[in-house]
Design a protein around this ligand. Structure first.
Ligand code: AHM
Ligand code: MG
Length: 330
C-alpha cells in the first residue's frame, strides 16, 4: 500500500510553484473536506429517507433537483467559502454565480452532484470542479467575465467519484493523480499516480436511445464501432452508466470514448461546458487524451453564458479523432 495521503501530496506539489501563497492548496483541501461529507451522505442514501428523492423544484436548466444535489451544493459552497480565498462560485444548481470574498483571487465552477438521476438507484455519481484565477481586479466584486473564461485558462480541475469506493482525481496541469478514500480513517490515499489513457481502447459510451436523433456522422461512427473487423479489433464494447464521472473514470482506466452529441431535440447536446466539459477536458488532455465538440477543441471555446451546453466527445485521442472524421464527412 502506498501511504502517501492527498494532504501530503497537495503540499508536495505546492513546492512546484515557488513563491506560491498556498491558496490553491487551501482550495483543494476544502474540496477534499466537502467531498468526505458528501460521500458519507451518499453512502447512506438508501437508509436516510430525508436525503432521498426530489426537492419538488427544478434548477435553471429545467431538471428536477434532488435533495442530495442541493445538499452537495451547499456543503461545497460552505467549505470553499470558509477558506476565504475564493471570490465566486458558479454551480450547475444555481441560476446565477455566487459572490464570496471579494479579496479572493480564485473562482470555482462546479457540478456538485453529477448523474443525480442515479442517486435513488444506488449507482455511482460524482462531483466535478474547475478552478480559474479571476480576471477582474482583486478587491472588486466578481463579474460574469470571471466565469466565462475558456478552459485553457483553468489552473486546476478534477472530480470526486462516489462509486464502489470514493475517489478524487485531479490535475493542476502537471499530470493526473487519483486518490482512494478510506472511510474507516477518513483519509484519501494516492492509489492511481500519473493516470493516462491506455494505448488500447475499446469502449464507446453513449445513450444510444438518442442515436436516431443524432447526426449522420455520429450514427455512422456508432455503426463503425459495432462492425466486425479483426484487424482493427472491432466491434468495440458498449458501456453506458449515465453518470458522466463514472463513465469518464472507467474510460480513463480502461480506454474509451464518451459521447453526448447534439440531437434534434437538444441541438447543443446536454452537458454543460463550464461545469462538466471543461474540467474533464483538462484532465483528459493531461492524461494524453482529447476532448472535442466534434469539430473543435473544447478548451478553446469561449463561453458566452454560464449554463452553456456543448456536444461532447472525450477520451482516447484515436477514438475522438475517428468520430471527428465521421462528423467532417456528414
Ligand atoms: P446532471 O448534471 O443533471 O446529472 O446531467 C448530466 C448527466 C451526466 O452525468 C450523464 O452522462 C448524462 O447526464 C446522462 O444523460 P442521459 O440520461 O440523457 O443519457
Ligand atoms: Mg451534471
Amino acid at each position: 500500500m502506498n501511504f502517501k495521503t492527498l494532504g501530503e501530496f497537495i503540499i508536495d506539489r505546492q513546492k512546484d510553484f515557488p513563491g506560491s501563497s498556498g491558496d490553491l492548496s487551501r482550495i483543494l483541501s476544502a474540496i477534499r473536506l466537502a467531498s468526505k461529507i458528501v460521500s458519507q451522505q451518499v453512502n447512506k442514501a438508501g437508509l436516510a429517507r430525508h436525503i432521498l428523492g426530489g426537492v419538488g423544484r427544478e434548477n435553471v436548466q429545467g431538471e428536477a433537483q434532488q435533495k442530495l444535489d442541493v445538499y452537495a451544493d451547499e456543503r461545497f459552497i460552505e467549505a470553499l467559502n470558509n477558506r476565504g480565498n475564493v471570490c465566486g462560485i458558479g454551480s450547475e444548481e444555481n441560476d446565477d454565480f455566487i459572490e464570496l470574498n471579494k479579496d479572493g483571487k480564485y473562482i470555482i465552477l462546479m457540478d456538485p452532484l453529477d448523474g443525480s438521476s442515479n442517486i435513488d438507484v444506488n449507482v455511482s455519481i460524482g462531483t466535478i470542479f474547475s478552478v480559474f484565477k479571476r480576471v477582474t481586479e482583486i478587491g472588486e466584486p466578481v463579474a460574469l467575465e470571471d466565469f466565462l473564461q475558456p478552459g485553457v485558462e483553468q489552473v486546476a480541475a478534477g472530480y470526486v467519484l462516489y462509486g464502489s469506493s470514493t475517489m478524487m482525481v485531479y490535475t493542476t496541469g502537471n499530470g493526473v493523480n487519483g486518490f482512494t478514500y478510506d472511510p474507516g480513517i477518513g483519509v484519501f490515499f494516492l492509489s492511481h499516480p500519473d493516470m493516462t489513457f491506455p494505448n488500447q481502447s475499446k469502449i464507446y459510451s453513449m445513450n444510444e436511445g438518442n442515436l436516431m436523433r443524432s447526426s449522420k456522422g455520429v450514427q455512422n461512427y456508432v455503426k463503425y464501432c459495432q462492425e466486425v473487423d479483426k484487424e482493427t479489433n472491432r466491434p468495440h464494447t458498449g458501456r453506458y452508466i449515465g453518470s458522466l464521472v463514472a463513465d469518464f473514470h472507467r474510460n480513463l482506466i480502461k480506454g474509451g470514448i464518451y459521447m453526448y452529441p447534439s440531437t434534434d431535440s437538444a441541438p447543443d447536446g446536454k452537458l454543460r461546458l463550464l461545469y462538466e466539459c471543461n474540467p474533464l477536458a483538462f484532465l483528459t488532455e493531461q492524461a494524453g487524451g482529447k476532448a472535442s465538440n466534434g469539430k473543435e477543441r473544447i478548451m478553446e471555446i469561449r463561453p458566452t453564458k454560464l449554463h452553456q451546453r456543448v456536444p461532447y466527445f472525450v477520451g482516447n485521442t484515436s477514438m475522438v479523432e475517428k468520430v471527428e472524421e465521421f462528423i467532417a464527412k456528414e
